[in-house]
Design a protein. Structure first.
Length: 496
């Protein structure tokens, strides 16, 4: 597994996955991608554009079994999501709780906040336990306040459930309606049965890789960090991996942590694929600062430590920056942030903390100043970096920041700046653009050159504004020579 992978929503190109599959049969793009990472709106979901899953059955408006069969017949493998931490309030399990309360067979499937914190805090007049400071001082929460959704029970009154991520509550007269991503109770045998059933379903769809979303929040203990708990998170991953391995699935845990914490290395040591969330910011830094030092350091890390990475430029999320701490000096990180923001990017902070930047939301093309030369240089670098290159469809199309989409999405809709949808006619017209053609040529080169493959020896050297990367396999070589100051590159190869 080393050839390029497409990344898109099922309705990013056309109205549904079927139209997207038809687009992939276009002669200009046919056989470019070996795999397709289809984002989770392919499933039944309600919030967060797919990541609040109601069920892992296919969303009939967006995908069909025939679409998946068509991908398989084209030789394109599948990468799909599994959200370990939570499920929608619209899931059959939570709906059963709303209907039956304590009589529900799923009453232990989600985390009853008061039951979890019993003995560790004091009951408030609002009906939830306020944990004592010593048990909560080190906890990491994704939003202000306690992560609670108060849920009305059939017998009257409300009960607090753990809700780490999104929630939406509407009051219309005396009627309350709500949506939310409710945290699963991983201590429940029913949750593990659900995990097993879901992985079997994903394998049945033809998935080769399963991306584990929000896994780092799933293990919870009073007083623990509530993010990458040790050993709880590692025990969770090991159990999930055992199930996945029996089904022939490779796992790709998705997590943002600072480089200096070395979580990515521990994941690799445990045999997992890892996301290269360091590369996107490092490439922008190298291109804008004419400095190969830090990208060289990171390539050295990957090669020396044998890290199995999946890399990308853009993706459905923002451009990661917090991840770079410990690899890129803080001042250099700030400089990258300021460059992207000046070019129209939106800054996303953690809980409003100005010194804890999580990501900047922008298309990669706009982050590079909408400069074709820089975009092609970034793509060439990605394809010569160690790892599997994942290609966000909007990067391939040279997509610009979509401010109208972000505005339409309202509060919290900043990510839509990089999620523009296209009709198939629009996408086919874009294929004629020079920037797109040249990126496709680079991708086709990566596919065709025998130097790229499992077991290749990768060497990198350089300094200042120069960088040289070479792949060698069975006497075949491919070499990239970069001049960041001139925004130029040359590619050479030798085949036997």
């Amino acid at each position: 597994m080393s050839k390029p992978m497409l990344n898109a929503y099922p309705d990013s190109i056309g109205k549904n996955l079927g139209q997207c599959v038809k687009f992939l049969s276009n002669p200009q793009i046919k056989d470019v991608f070996a795999d397709f990472y289809v984002l989770p709106s392919i499933f039944q979901s309600d919030l967060d554009r797919g990541f609040s899953v109601i069920s892992y059955d296919l969303n009939k408006d967006l995908a069909s079994p025939q679409d998946l069969s068509s991908l398989k017949s084209m030789g394109i493998g599948l990468k799909l999501d599994f959200v370990l931490n939570h499920a929608s309030v619209q899931s059959k399990q939570f709906q059963d709780i709303l209907k039956k309360g304590e009589e529900s067979e799923y009453k232990d499937f989600f985390i009853d906040w008061n039951q979890f914190w019993e003995g560790y805090g004091d009951m408030t007049c609002e009906g939830y336990i306020e944990p004592r400071p010593e048990y909560i001082k080190d906890m990491f929460f994704r939003k202000p306040g306690l992560p609670i959704l108060m849920v009305p029970m059939p017998g009257g009154g409300s009960k607090p459930y753990w809700n780490t991520f999104y929630q939406e509550v509407k009051q219309e007269g005396s009627r309350t309606s709500f949506l939310g991503q409710m945290d699963l109770n991983i201590k429940s045998p029913d949750v593990w049965e659900f995990y097993k059933d879901t992985l079997e379903k994903l394998a049945g769809y033809g998935a080769k890789i399963v991306r584990l979303d929000a896994f780092a929040y799933a293990s919870k203990e009073p007083g623990a960090r509530n993010f990458m708990n040790d050993p709880g998170t590692w025990v969770l991953l090991a159990r999930v991996k055992e199930i996945a391995t029996s089904l022939g699935l490779a796992l790709l845990p998705e997590i943002h942590t600072e480089y200096r914490e070395k979580v990515h290395e521990k994941l690799a040591d445990e045999g997992y694929l890892i996301y290269d969330f360091f590369m996107p910011g490092l490439l922008i830094h190298a291109i804008e600062k004419h400095n190969s030092e830090y990208i060289l350091q990171w390539i050295g890390d990957i090669v020396e430590k044998g890290l199995k990475t999946v890399n990308m430029l853009g993706c459905h999320d923002g451009i990661p920056l917090l991840d770079l701490r410990g690899l890129l000096p803080d001042k250099e990180i700030d400089d990258v942030i300021n460059i992207i923001v000046r070019r129209g990017g939106y800054v996303k902070n953690i809980l409003g903390s100005k010194d804890m930047y999580y990501q900047v939301n922008a298309t990669y093309y706009s982050a590079l100043g909408e400069d074709d030369g820089k975009m092609l240089l970034a793509r060439a670098l990605q394809l010569f970096m160690p790892g599997v290159p994942q290609v966000w469809y909007l990067d391939l199309f040279g997509g610009k920041n979509d401010y109208d989409a972000a505005k339409r999405a309202g509060e919290g809709g900043h990510k839509e700046i990089n999620r523009t949808n296209f009709t198939t006619a629009q996408a086919e017209a874009i294929l004629k653009n020079d920037l797109v053609k040249k990126q496709l040529d680079l991708l086709k080169f990566r596919n065709a050159c025998p130097a790229f493959g499992e077991g290749a020896v990768i060497t990198a050297r350089g300094g200042g504004h120069k960088l040289h990367i070479e792949w060698s396999l069975n006497g075949n070589t491919a070499r990239l020579d970069v001049d960041f100051k001139a925004v130029s590159y040359t590619i050479s190869e030798n085949r036997i």
